[in-house]
Design a protein around this ligand. Sequence first.
Ligand SMILES: [Zn+2]
Length: 304
Amino acid sequence: MRQCGLLCENARRRTSGGGFVMLSAFSAGVRIAGVEAGSVRKAMRLALAAALVALLSSCATGRNPLAKWERSRNFNERQPMLIVLHYTTEESAEKSLHTLKTANSKGPVGVHYLLGRDGRIYQLVKDGKRAWHAGPGRWGTITDVNSASIGIEIDNSGHDPFPDVQIDSLIVLLRDLTTRLRIPPTQVIGHEDMAPTRKIDPGPLFPWKRLFDAGFGVWPDESAGDPPPGFDPWLAMQAFGYPLEDRAAAVRAFHHRFRGMDGTELDEHDLRILYALTRPPQPEPAPPAAEPAGLQPQQENIVE
Ligand SMILES: [Zn+2]
Protein backbone atom coordinates (compact mmCIF):
# COMPACT_ATOMS: atom_id res chain seq x y z
CA MET A 1 0.00 0.00 0.00
CA ARG A 2 2.95 2.26 0.72
CA GLN A 3 4.14 1.84 -2.86
CA CYS A 4 0.67 2.55 -4.24
CA GLY A 5 0.52 5.68 -2.14
CA LEU A 6 3.84 6.94 -3.48
CA LEU A 7 2.88 6.11 -7.04
CA CYS A 8 -0.36 8.02 -6.61
CA GLU A 9 1.58 10.89 -5.09
CA ASN A 10 3.88 10.95 -8.09
CA ALA A 11 0.92 10.83 -10.44
CA ARG A 12 -0.50 13.82 -8.60
CA ARG A 13 2.69 15.82 -9.18
CA ARG A 14 2.64 15.03 -12.89
CA THR A 15 -1.04 15.59 -13.69
CA SER A 16 -3.31 18.57 -13.46
CA GLY A 17 -5.03 19.43 -10.21
CA GLY A 18 -8.40 18.40 -11.60
CA GLY A 19 -7.03 15.04 -12.59
CA PHE A 20 -5.74 14.48 -9.07
CA VAL A 21 -9.09 15.33 -7.52
CA MET A 22 -10.87 12.89 -9.79
CA LEU A 23 -8.26 10.17 -9.25
CA SER A 24 -8.49 10.63 -5.50
CA ALA A 25 -12.24 10.43 -5.64
CA PHE A 26 -11.95 7.23 -7.66
CA SER A 27 -9.42 5.73 -5.27
CA ALA A 28 -11.37 6.57 -2.14
CA GLY A 29 -14.74 5.53 -3.57
CA VAL A 30 -16.25 8.97 -2.94
CA ARG A 31 -19.63 9.60 -4.46
CA ILE A 32 -20.05 12.94 -6.21
CA ALA A 33 -23.57 14.17 -5.61
CA GLY A 34 -25.54 15.68 -8.48
CA VAL A 35 -23.36 14.36 -11.28
CA GLU A 36 -24.52 11.70 -13.68
CA ALA A 37 -22.85 8.35 -12.93
CA GLY A 38 -21.79 7.74 -16.58
CA SER A 39 -19.94 11.04 -16.93
CA VAL A 40 -18.21 10.51 -13.58
CA ARG A 41 -16.97 7.10 -14.72
CA LYS A 42 -15.75 8.60 -18.00
CA ALA A 43 -13.92 11.38 -16.19
CA MET A 44 -12.35 8.88 -13.83
CA ARG A 45 -11.18 6.72 -16.73
CA LEU A 46 -9.58 9.74 -18.38
CA ALA A 47 -7.87 10.76 -15.15
CA LEU A 48 -6.57 7.25 -14.56
CA ALA A 49 -5.26 7.08 -18.13
CA ALA A 50 -3.51 10.45 -17.69
CA ALA A 51 -1.91 9.24 -14.46
CA LEU A 52 -0.71 6.03 -16.11
CA VAL A 53 0.75 7.97 -19.03
CA ALA A 54 2.58 10.17 -16.54
CA LEU A 55 3.96 7.13 -14.72
CA LEU A 56 5.04 5.48 -17.97
CA SER A 57 6.76 8.64 -19.12
CA SER A 58 8.70 8.71 -15.85
CA CYS A 59 9.80 5.13 -16.57
CA ALA A 60 10.95 6.17 -20.06
CA THR A 61 13.19 8.85 -18.58
CA GLY A 62 14.79 6.32 -16.24
CA ARG A 63 13.59 8.22 -13.17
CA ASN A 64 12.15 6.06 -10.44
CA PRO A 65 8.68 7.28 -9.45
CA LEU A 66 9.38 6.05 -5.92
CA ALA A 67 12.05 8.69 -5.44
CA LYS A 68 12.27 12.46 -5.57
CA TRP A 69 14.47 13.37 -8.54
CA GLU A 70 17.57 15.31 -7.47
CA ARG A 71 19.74 15.85 -10.52
CA SER A 72 23.52 15.39 -10.40
CA ARG A 73 25.95 15.93 -13.28
CA ASN A 74 28.52 13.45 -11.97
CA PHE A 75 27.89 10.43 -14.18
CA ASN A 76 28.39 9.08 -17.69
CA GLU A 77 26.88 6.35 -19.85
CA ARG A 78 27.61 2.80 -18.82
CA GLN A 79 30.42 1.44 -20.96
CA PRO A 80 31.29 -2.03 -22.23
CA MET A 81 34.65 -3.39 -21.03
CA LEU A 82 35.11 -6.37 -23.32
CA ILE A 83 34.90 -7.22 -27.04
CA VAL A 84 33.76 -10.71 -28.06
CA LEU A 85 34.57 -12.08 -31.53
CA HIS A 86 32.40 -14.64 -33.30
CA TYR A 87 32.11 -16.27 -36.68
CA THR A 88 28.75 -16.69 -38.33
CA THR A 89 28.92 -20.16 -39.98
CA GLU A 90 26.48 -18.83 -42.58
CA GLU A 91 26.80 -18.59 -46.34
CA SER A 92 26.86 -14.82 -46.67
CA ALA A 93 26.72 -11.54 -44.81
CA GLU A 94 23.22 -10.98 -46.22
CA LYS A 95 21.99 -14.23 -44.71
CA SER A 96 23.65 -13.38 -41.38
CA LEU A 97 22.09 -9.92 -41.40
CA HIS A 98 18.69 -11.53 -41.71
CA THR A 99 19.39 -14.00 -38.86
CA LEU A 100 20.79 -11.26 -36.63
CA LYS A 101 17.64 -9.19 -37.10
CA THR A 102 15.33 -12.14 -36.44
CA ALA A 103 16.35 -15.41 -34.81
CA ASN A 104 18.28 -18.63 -35.31
CA SER A 105 16.99 -22.12 -34.48
CA LYS A 106 17.39 -21.44 -30.75
CA GLY A 107 15.69 -18.05 -30.62
CA PRO A 108 16.38 -14.34 -31.19
CA VAL A 109 20.04 -13.39 -31.59
CA GLY A 110 21.68 -10.02 -32.06
CA VAL A 111 25.11 -8.45 -32.23
CA HIS A 112 26.55 -4.96 -32.47
CA TYR A 113 28.63 -5.44 -35.64
CA LEU A 114 28.96 -7.82 -38.56
CA LEU A 115 32.07 -7.91 -40.77
CA GLY A 116 31.57 -9.03 -44.36
CA ARG A 117 34.18 -11.10 -46.21
CA ASP A 118 34.81 -8.03 -48.37
CA GLY A 119 35.65 -6.00 -45.25
CA ARG A 120 32.36 -4.11 -45.10
CA ILE A 121 31.31 -3.23 -41.55
CA TYR A 122 27.61 -3.41 -40.64
CA GLN A 123 26.22 -2.13 -37.34
CA LEU A 124 23.00 -3.67 -36.04
CA VAL A 125 22.82 -2.55 -32.40
CA LYS A 126 24.04 0.70 -30.83
CA ASP A 127 27.23 0.43 -28.78
CA GLY A 128 25.45 1.41 -25.58
CA LYS A 129 22.78 -1.28 -25.87
CA ARG A 130 22.93 -4.91 -24.72
CA ALA A 131 22.94 -7.19 -27.78
CA TRP A 132 22.15 -10.91 -27.46
CA HIS A 133 25.35 -12.44 -28.81
CA ALA A 134 27.26 -14.11 -25.96
CA GLY A 135 24.70 -16.23 -24.10
CA PRO A 136 25.55 -18.16 -20.94
CA GLY A 137 29.21 -18.27 -19.96
CA ARG A 138 31.85 -16.36 -18.06
CA TRP A 139 35.12 -14.55 -18.55
CA GLY A 140 37.08 -13.96 -15.36
CA THR A 141 34.63 -12.38 -12.96
CA ILE A 142 32.24 -11.22 -15.71
CA THR A 143 29.21 -13.49 -15.54
CA ASP A 144 26.79 -11.49 -17.72
CA VAL A 145 28.96 -11.07 -20.78
CA ASN A 146 26.18 -9.53 -22.90
CA SER A 147 25.87 -6.66 -20.43
CA ALA A 148 29.61 -6.01 -20.39
CA SER A 149 30.60 -6.44 -24.03
CA ILE A 150 30.48 -5.41 -27.66
CA GLY A 151 29.84 -8.36 -29.98
CA ILE A 152 31.39 -8.64 -33.44
CA GLU A 153 30.28 -11.37 -35.84
CA ILE A 154 32.71 -12.22 -38.62
CA ASP A 155 31.20 -13.64 -41.80
CA ASN A 156 32.99 -16.99 -42.08
CA SER A 157 31.93 -20.56 -42.73
CA GLY A 158 33.89 -21.87 -39.76
CA HIS A 159 36.42 -23.77 -41.90
CA ASP A 160 37.80 -21.14 -44.29
CA PRO A 161 40.72 -18.77 -43.67
CA PHE A 162 39.77 -15.19 -42.81
CA PRO A 163 40.53 -12.88 -45.77
CA ASP A 164 43.13 -10.17 -45.10
CA VAL A 165 40.69 -7.42 -46.07
CA GLN A 166 38.26 -8.67 -43.42
CA ILE A 167 40.91 -8.67 -40.68
CA ASP A 168 42.08 -5.22 -41.84
CA SER A 169 38.52 -4.00 -41.27
CA LEU A 170 38.34 -5.72 -37.90
CA ILE A 171 41.51 -3.91 -36.82
CA VAL A 172 40.06 -0.57 -37.91
CA LEU A 173 36.87 -1.32 -35.97
CA LEU A 174 38.79 -2.43 -32.87
CA ARG A 175 40.86 0.75 -32.99
CA ASP A 176 37.67 2.79 -33.12
CA LEU A 177 35.89 0.87 -30.34
CA THR A 178 38.81 0.73 -27.91
CA THR A 179 39.52 4.44 -28.42
CA ARG A 180 35.99 5.78 -28.42
CA LEU A 181 34.56 3.48 -25.72
CA ARG A 182 37.82 3.29 -23.73
CA ILE A 183 37.85 -0.51 -23.74
CA PRO A 184 41.37 -1.74 -22.90
CA PRO A 185 42.86 -3.08 -26.19
CA THR A 186 43.87 -6.29 -24.42
CA GLN A 187 40.21 -7.04 -23.64
CA VAL A 188 39.36 -8.85 -26.87
CA ILE A 189 38.31 -12.50 -26.56
CA GLY A 190 36.66 -15.21 -28.63
CA HIS A 191 33.18 -16.54 -28.00
CA GLU A 192 34.66 -19.96 -27.21
CA ASP A 193 36.91 -18.42 -24.54
CA MET A 194 33.92 -17.44 -22.42
CA ALA A 195 31.68 -20.40 -23.34
CA PRO A 196 34.06 -23.30 -24.10
CA THR A 197 31.47 -26.01 -23.44
CA ARG A 198 29.03 -24.58 -26.00
CA LYS A 199 31.06 -22.71 -28.63
CA ILE A 200 34.06 -23.15 -30.91
CA ASP A 201 34.15 -19.74 -32.61
CA PRO A 202 36.17 -17.94 -33.86
CA GLY A 203 38.12 -21.22 -34.07
CA PRO A 204 41.72 -22.28 -34.70
CA LEU A 205 42.02 -20.41 -38.02
CA PHE A 206 41.42 -17.01 -36.50
CA PRO A 207 44.64 -14.92 -36.67
CA TRP A 208 45.06 -13.86 -33.01
CA LYS A 209 48.78 -13.18 -33.47
CA ARG A 210 48.07 -10.76 -36.30
CA LEU A 211 45.54 -9.00 -34.09
CA PHE A 212 48.11 -8.77 -31.30
CA ASP A 213 50.73 -7.34 -33.67
CA ALA A 214 48.17 -4.64 -34.53
CA GLY A 215 47.77 -3.85 -30.82
CA PHE A 216 44.74 -5.93 -29.75
CA GLY A 217 44.26 -8.95 -27.53
CA VAL A 218 47.17 -10.65 -25.79
CA TRP A 219 49.96 -12.95 -26.87
CA PRO A 220 52.57 -14.77 -24.76
CA ASP A 221 56.03 -13.25 -24.45
CA GLU A 222 58.35 -15.83 -26.00
CA SER A 223 61.17 -14.74 -23.69
CA ALA A 224 59.32 -15.65 -20.49
CA GLY A 225 60.99 -19.06 -20.32
CA ASP A 226 59.93 -22.10 -18.33
CA PRO A 227 57.47 -21.82 -15.45
CA PRO A 228 58.94 -22.10 -11.94
CA PRO A 229 58.58 -25.32 -9.87
CA GLY A 230 55.07 -25.71 -8.48
CA PHE A 231 53.47 -23.67 -11.27
CA ASP A 232 49.75 -24.57 -11.38
CA PRO A 233 48.45 -24.36 -14.98
CA TRP A 234 44.81 -24.57 -13.87
CA LEU A 235 45.18 -21.60 -11.57
CA ALA A 236 46.81 -19.81 -14.48
CA MET A 237 43.95 -20.74 -16.85
CA GLN A 238 41.49 -19.40 -14.31
CA ALA A 239 43.50 -16.25 -13.61
CA PHE A 240 43.65 -15.54 -17.33
CA GLY A 241 39.85 -15.74 -17.53
CA TYR A 242 38.81 -19.25 -18.62
CA PRO A 243 35.89 -20.91 -16.85
CA LEU A 244 37.00 -24.37 -15.73
CA GLU A 245 33.72 -26.22 -15.21
CA ASP A 246 34.83 -28.42 -18.13
CA ARG A 247 38.63 -28.39 -18.23
CA ALA A 248 38.94 -30.28 -21.52
CA ALA A 249 36.66 -27.76 -23.24
CA ALA A 250 38.65 -24.87 -21.78
CA VAL A 251 41.90 -26.39 -23.07
CA ARG A 252 40.41 -26.80 -26.54
CA ALA A 253 39.48 -23.11 -26.60
CA PHE A 254 42.96 -22.23 -25.29
CA HIS A 255 44.57 -24.35 -28.02
CA HIS A 256 42.44 -22.73 -30.71
CA ARG A 257 43.49 -19.31 -29.53
CA PHE A 258 47.19 -19.68 -28.81
CA ARG A 259 48.30 -22.66 -30.90
CA GLY A 260 45.86 -22.74 -33.82
CA MET A 261 45.06 -26.40 -33.21
CA ASP A 262 42.64 -28.74 -31.49
CA GLY A 263 43.42 -30.85 -28.44
CA THR A 264 42.04 -31.10 -24.95
CA GLU A 265 45.13 -31.86 -22.84
CA LEU A 266 47.77 -29.42 -21.64
CA ASP A 267 51.39 -30.08 -22.62
CA GLU A 268 54.75 -28.47 -21.72
CA HIS A 269 54.39 -25.81 -24.40
CA ASP A 270 50.99 -24.83 -23.00
CA LEU A 271 52.52 -24.43 -19.55
CA ARG A 272 55.13 -22.03 -20.92
CA ILE A 273 52.37 -20.04 -22.66
CA LEU A 274 50.27 -19.93 -19.49
CA TYR A 275 53.25 -18.83 -17.44
CA ALA A 276 54.05 -16.06 -19.94
CA LEU A 277 50.43 -14.89 -19.91
CA THR A 278 50.06 -14.78 -16.15
CA ARG A 279 53.49 -14.08 -14.61
CA PRO A 280 53.74 -10.89 -12.57
CA PRO A 281 54.59 -7.71 -14.51
CA GLN A 282 58.31 -7.52 -15.09
CA PRO A 283 60.20 -4.43 -13.89
CA GLU A 284 61.04 -1.96 -16.62
CA PRO A 285 64.77 -1.39 -17.19
CA ALA A 286 65.97 1.62 -15.17
CA PRO A 287 66.03 4.85 -17.24
CA PRO A 288 69.33 6.72 -17.59
CA ALA A 289 70.05 9.13 -14.71
CA ALA A 290 68.44 12.53 -15.37
CA GLU A 291 69.87 15.99 -14.72
CA PRO A 292 68.78 17.44 -11.36
CA ALA A 293 65.51 19.21 -11.97
CA GLY A 294 64.17 22.38 -10.40
CA LEU A 295 60.91 22.60 -8.56
CA GLN A 296 58.09 21.01 -10.52
CA PRO A 297 54.62 22.56 -10.52
CA GLN A 298 52.22 20.74 -8.23
CA GLN A 299 49.59 18.78 -10.11
CA GLU A 300 46.09 18.91 -8.78
CA ASN A 301 44.84 15.56 -7.61
CA ILE A 302 41.30 15.04 -8.92
CA VAL A 303 39.36 12.32 -7.21
CA GLU A 304 36.28 11.04 -8.95
ZN1 LIG B 1 29.60 -16.93 -31.39
